[in-house]
Each structure stands twice: as structure tokens, then as C-alpha cells.
Design a binder for this molecule. Sequence first.
Ligand code: PGA
Length: 254
Amino acid sequence: MADNAPRPIVAGNWKMNGLSTSAFAEVRLLCGMLEGVSTGCDVMLCPPATLLHQMSELIEEAPIQLGGQDCHEKPSGAHTGDISAIMLADAGAVAVIVGHSERRTDHGESDETVRLKATAAHAAGLKAIICVGETLAQRDDNETLNVIAAQLAGSVPDASTAEDTVIAYEPVWAIGTGRTPTVDQVAEVHTAIRQNLADRLGSDIADAMAILYGGSVKPSNAEELMSVRNVDGALVGGASLKAADFIGIIKTYT
Ligand code: PGA
């Protein structure tokens, strides 16, 4: 492992889930579970934007960071329904997920859009968690590494640093399906991502940049997935909604 290896991150992506009463009850539970625990990773929750502000007050004393799930590429303006990176920062976020495959599919986001969003996140002082991942058809066609390389080339801003950028490898076919790649498949892609980043940004930045795995991570498979070389944490969907499940993944790093 490189000397400047990143501190792992376990981030929960709540997607379009969470109403105040039940969500805050889970967050309070999680805060309690983390009390007195010295975690070997950063813990982050990315709730819907509607919950961010109140949640930032709730977790003030806890070792939990907050992130948004998407941002607009502009800081403000006539974009009904959109939220800018600086607004997320204003509500208490320190990071934002960009280019999640659900955004790429549901909203037709291109690599260029994702890169502009990541640049906007950086300008607002947020860490951009840039998602990449192949579909099942692309994997079956042996296109995985080419697809990932093209997504990285198009989505990662040239000026990215290890402080302001995290990569999340999320095979589309593993998201919400209960299916996960083998450890060899995860290792192959994560090693290729690290190499790609080194070629592009230099090895100092690449070695220090966290590369998360996401897609059906749960307490029962977290240890195996998180121990794969070049995996620096997890982006967790379904299993981050319940404190009891999420803590099981976080504890992989204690
Ligand atoms: P999942 O989602 O853990 O529910 O598979 C992961 C993600 O989409 O970030």
C-alpha cells in the first residue's frame, strides 16, 4: 500500500428515501452506535436534500459527514427544481455524489455533464464523489475496462486532487440487485482505475485518492469486498437506510 493511502470512506446513499421522523430516528440510532467507537474510516450520509439542514444539526457532535446526491453545474439561476453545489454546502454538506448511474440513466447525464457538476462541486468547496460503472451487457461484451476508462476520461476534471475527489466504482448490474462482482473482478477494475488516475493525474494524487466500491454492499459481504486491494471504502445504498445494517459495514474498518 502506498504511504499516502487514503483514509477509507463508508458513505450511505439514501437515494429518494427518507421522511423526517423515521430518518432522524435512524440517524440518532447511528450517532449512538458511533459514540466512543474509534472508526478507521470516515462515515458519510447522503440523504435527500430536504433532510440535509436538519440532519446537519442532528449530527453536529457525531463523527458523520453529510453529502448531497447530485448538484447542478451552475451556482444559481433559472433552473427550476435544481440544487446547486453551493446550496448543498450551505445546508451542511461537505461532499456530493455526481454521475450516479441512476442519474446517468434517468436524466440522460453525459460524462461531460458529470464533469461540469464535479467542477461545480470543487468550486463550492465540496468533495465530488464521481460514479462510474458498466452495465451487464457491457461486461458480457468484455467492455468493462474500456467503459470505465471512457467514463473517467470524460467525467473527472483535469484539476482533480485527492482532497476534492473520490471515485466510486458501481457496476450498474450490482446496484440494488443483491448481486456483487467477484473479488477478482473488483480488484481488476479498481487497479485499472488507480492506474488510469496515475497516468492522468500523477501517482501522488492517484495513490491518495479514495476509490470506493458500490453495489449491494451489506454487512455480510463488506469485509470481503473492503479487503480487496485498491478498495478504499464503500458507497452503500439500501443497507445505509437502517443504522443497524450501516454500522455493520462501518465496523469493517474498526
Ligand atoms: P445498493 O446501491 O447498495 O442499494 O446496491 C448502491 C448505490 O447505488 O450507490
